[in-house]
Design a protein around this ligand. Sequence first.
Ligand SMILES: Cc1cc2nc3c(=O)[nH]c(=O)nc-3n(C[C@H](O)[C@H](O)[C@H](O)COP(=O)(O)OP(=O)(O)OC[C@H]3O[C@@H](n4cnc5c(N)ncnc54)[C@H](O)[C@@H]3O)c2cc1C
Length: 419
Amino acid sequence: MAGLPHVVVVGGGFGGLYAARALAGRPVRVTLLDRRNHHLFQPLLYQVATAALNASDIAAPLRSVLRRAKNVTVLLAEVEKVNLAERRLTLDRGELGYDALILAVGAGHSYFGHEDWEVFAPSLKSLEDALEIRRRILLAYEYAERELDAAEQRALLTFVVVGGGPTGVELAGALAEIARQTIARDFRTIDPTRARVILVEGGKRVLASFPESLSRSAQKSLERIGVEVRTGTTVTGVTADAVWLGGEQIRARTVLWAAGVAAAPLARTLGVTLDRSGRVPVEPDLSIPGHPEAFAIGDMSLFRDTTGAALPGLAPVAMQQGARAADNALRRLSGRPTRVFRYRDKGTMATIGRAAAVAVIGGVKLSGLPAWLAWLFVHIMFLIGFRNRFLVLFEWAWAYISWQRGARLITGPWRGRGG
Ligand SMILES: Cc1cc2nc3c(=O)[nH]c(=O)nc-3n(C[C@H](O)[C@H](O)[C@H](O)COP(=O)(O)OP(=O)(O)OC[C@H]3O[C@@H](n4cnc5c(N)ncnc54)[C@H](O)[C@@H]3O)c2cc1C
């Protein structure tokens, strides 16, 4: 193995994992680095945040996923810097050289220059975020139950979600269902069904990446389950107990952030020109300009298709790019020409709550129950690991029939007021 070329993959998310899988059994030595020891199925994170699934349902240890790939070594490490000229990575401890590099470190949300809002309005990216958001949601009801001041109680029962993309829509829908169904009869002083869930979107419509008719249908579904949708509205301030929408102040103890995109900070160490979201613009074969042996894929990269449109930050884009980058790395190492990446769009979907969703599959627009069933099928099928798939399906079926979220409604101790 020692004499084989060394391919380093950074990030064990959708892009990195699919790249590592494509390199399994090939004549290369592969090192997969991630600062976490698990692959995370991000599309179901909001289900953990809203107590519909357990954290372990949507994560799989990278070591076990790649157990059979004997030429792949998994290392828990944070990459701090990439030196493209010297083909060397600086890790949290030590350094690592490579012959070919595949970077897939993903992206997070952008606070548009207001990073100080993050402590009051967490975003959803990791399991830790999901559990923290769940804690805040559940404690808001607990605090409200023992609050004597009516205005403060109202603030505790007001939930604001910022950003009307798929994550924001899904979160707002789930928050409304928790209030109106799951815990509707569990309190004595407060009436959870009177909780306010407000979804704020700066653009003209929610789910802007979907056809307009599906945006309208999503907004109607949200309103039907009690979400106040405020489009064309910009957040101008967030504090521990309020959100400002221009001159209007909304007192709210729970604010969740689902707006903007910012590539992972590692991209800034590459020394190449980045786009406004900090993403790496890549060549048609996914390589980094001027460095044909280094590839950037998934959410951290900016890939324009033949029409000039940027590909969206979606799991299938990262997965397909992972496979193409792996093949191109092998081609580069053996002196063969690389291939251009072509995205096969199999559709996009977003769920709005129990049995409601919107989807575009093969150009066909779906909404309501058919879209939700398609959404359920796709999300279960792509979960990594069979154990997860069956358990999750069972948990889901039970939650669906009973409206209950069971022991997942348990949260941490009283730690004083607020955030
Ligand atoms: C809440 C939410 C819901 C979503 N829903 C959907 C959906 O329904 N459908 C869909 O298609 N897409 C969805 N997405 C988007 C999808 O998850 C992403 O497009 C996809 O994860 C991108 O894959 P990636 O490999 O580029 O990055 P990621 O999957 O984010 O993986 C990046 C990996 O890099 C690691 N990493 C980061 N920095 C470092 C470092 N410096 N050193 C070492 N490791 C590092 C991270 O730990 C992580 O494991 C959703 C995303 C979120 C957050």
